[in-house]
Design a protein around this ligand. Structure first.
Ligand code: TXA
Ligand code: MG
Length: 312
């Protein structure tokens, strides 16, 4: 059910959860001042309690109230906000409830660019929001995906659908350096150019890494098999369909992610196509994963690998 900005703001202030469009994927939002609403997010999604949520802001003033310390290096990446970058900082424990942080001493913050979501944050205050999908399902990039996971009565803020169609990149930032926690809409290469080389994980505690990474993600029900070598029309493939690109040569039904090596547009179609595989009830799907792993190609390969059960 699609709702207006005013309706969404009222529901949030009453302690309800609403789905929102963002420029990355749809989110399930609640006010950080309403711990009961935050609990509802975890139960609607069937999300493990130890997986913290991203807090979304609409000004740098809000940022200062949520964190304990702003590292000097923030100025090197500040221009990427608003946008698809999430930064993990040391939290101000008083202003960010423990349930949002899953008990960690850090908080993940994103300043989204989507105009309707921004307006809602301006009215309703900082909003905690994970991606609006059942845990383990592909993220939602159309409001119909949200309805398919949470029912057609679920309230969804009206607004244009996500432009990137892939989640934000998550990094952590401190005076000691930065680390790359989750690949996403901004490539690691771009961040390395701005911030210098990242800290290696060896020098970090386990808790500093992103808890979400240990769960199985982005899985359609169909079994996916990645083919790293080119698929040719006479390749011996046992599958009901192929997930590939416009130039993939196959006589099986082809679900195309667009032009090969056009990573941004490939990523923007990925989740829609993964959901379509299930809607069309394909059981075995061959994935044409023959593309250069550079820039956002790394994000594409990472998501395909997580969605797939085996690689050849
Ligand atoms: O694009 C996005 O990031 C979307 C939109 C709605 O903003 N949100 C999203 O949220 O993808 P979610 O919950 O599906 O993924 C957030 C990731 C998880 O892997 C979580 O473990 C990690 O961020 N995360 C959140 N807080 C963290 C923290 N304090 N330290 C480390 N990782 C954190
Ligand atoms: Mg998610």
């Amino acid at each position: 059910m699609r709702i207006t900005l005013l309706d969404a703001a009222q529901r949030l202030s009453k302690g309800d959860v609403v789905a929102v469009p963002t420029e990355t994927v749809y989110g399930l939002a609640a006010s950080i001042k309403q711990p009961n609403a935050i609990r509802k997010i975890f139960s609607y999604k069937k999300r493990p309690q130890d997986n913290p949520l991203i807090v979304h802001i609409a000004s740098l003033k809000q940022l200062r109230s949520l964190i304990a310390h702003l590292p000097a290096s923030f100025k090197k990446i500040k221009h990427l906000w608003p946008g698809p970058l999430t930064i993990v900082f040391k939290a101000n424990r008083k202003s960010v409830p423990s349930i949002v942080r899953a008990g960690l001493g850090t908080v993940a913050i994103r300043f989204p660019k989507h105009p309707d979501f921004q307006k809602l944050i301006k009215r309703a205050g900082p909003l905690a929001a994970p991606s609006a999908n059942l845990s383990g399902r592909p993220s939602a990039t159309r409001y119909q995906h949200v309805e398919s996971d949470f029912g057609s009565d679920f309230p969804i803020l009206i607004g244009s659908h996500p432009k990137f169609g892939i989640e934000s990149t998550v990094i952590s930032l401190s005076d000691q350096g930065w680390s790359y926690l989750r690949s996403g809409a901004i490539s690691e290469a771009k961040l390395t150019k701005l911030l210098g080389s990242a800290q290696s994980f060896k020098s970090q505690t386990k808790a500093a890494r992103t808890p979400g990474a240990k769960y199985r993600h982005y899985s359609p029900t169909a079994k996916l098999k990645l083919h790293l070598k080119p698929i040719t029309s006479n390749s011996n493939i046992h599958a009901d369909a192929v997930l590939g690109f416009d130039d993939t040569r196959t006589s099986l039904p082809l679900l195309s992610l667009g032009k090969r090596n056009a990573y941004r547009s490939n990523l923007s179609r990925l989740y829609k196509k993964l959901r379509e595989l299930d809607d069309r009830q394909f059981q075995f799907v061959a994935v044409d994963a023959h593309f250069a792993e550079q820039g956002l190609g790394i994000t594409l390969m990472e998501r395909l690998t997580k969605a797939a059960s085996s690689v050849t």
